[in-house]
Design a protein around this ligand. Sequence first.
Ligand SMILES: Nc1ncnc2c1ncn2[C@@H]1O[C@H](COP(=O)(O)OP(=O)(O)OP(=O)(O)O)[C@@H](O)[C@H]1O
Ligand SMILES: O=C(O)c1ccc[n+]([C@@H]2O[C@H](COP(=O)([O-])O)[C@@H](O)[C@H]2O)c1
Length: 192
Amino acid sequence: MKIGLYFGSFNPIHIGHLVIANHIAEHSDLDQVWFVVTPHNPFKKKSSLLDNYQRLELVYRATKDYDKLKPSDIEFSLPQPNYTINTLVHLQEKYPNHEFSLIMGEDNLKSFHKWKNYDVILENHDIYVYPRISDNKVNTQFTGHKKIHVVNAPIMELSSTFIRNAIKTRKNVKPMLPENVWEYLDEMNFYR
Ligand SMILES: Nc1ncnc2c1ncn2[C@@H]1O[C@H](COP(=O)(O)OP(=O)(O)OP(=O)(O)O)[C@@H](O)[C@H]1O
Ligand SMILES: O=C(O)c1ccc[n+]([C@@H]2O[C@H](COP(=O)([O-])O)[C@@H](O)[C@H]2O)c1
């Protein structure tokens, strides 16, 4: 099976993430998209991060009605901070018959040359990149690279940071989240 790995903090997952994952699952040769919930991104501070299992619960709720979208807790048992190369090696050993690709926004491709062993990742995996509105240019070594596939997905400029800040200041964020995710955040008083 061909699996697209969508790595993220998902703090919380929002409809921007869901629209992209669904678009790629429907319009590429990937059979499934796995949302890999990352306990600790090496480039980010851990503060204001909801518990791993709560973020996983939110991803589970957001994806449960979509056959091709699955939550993954694979990084919970791996050393932190989570370097993507380690996760890919682990997954390939665990599922030797699956072919794993990465899904990332253009913003992540811009810093991809700073990731641990990015050249090894690129040698062994395809990367599906979708457009995002951001500054800076993609490193020229990646433009036109045979492993990098540009996906013509819709641009949904939302961010988890914006949503967390809005909740803190008591703004209504309901349309930016899947309904059952919003209900859970509200019920649990998260990010207030
Ligand atoms: N609105 C969006 N549309 C498409 N992709 C997104 C969007 N927001 C985030 N992503 C992508 O989803 C993945 C996971 O992102 P992440 O969990 O960091 O979300 P975020 O909204 O950017 O969070 P934060 O604001 O906390 O940094 C990353 O590859 C990121 O590029
Ligand atoms: O492996 C690396 O060096 C590396 C550097 C920066 C980010 N990542 C991963 O990229 C993913 C996107 O993170 P985020 O927090 O922007 O959603 C997350 O799974 C991180 O662990 C990985």
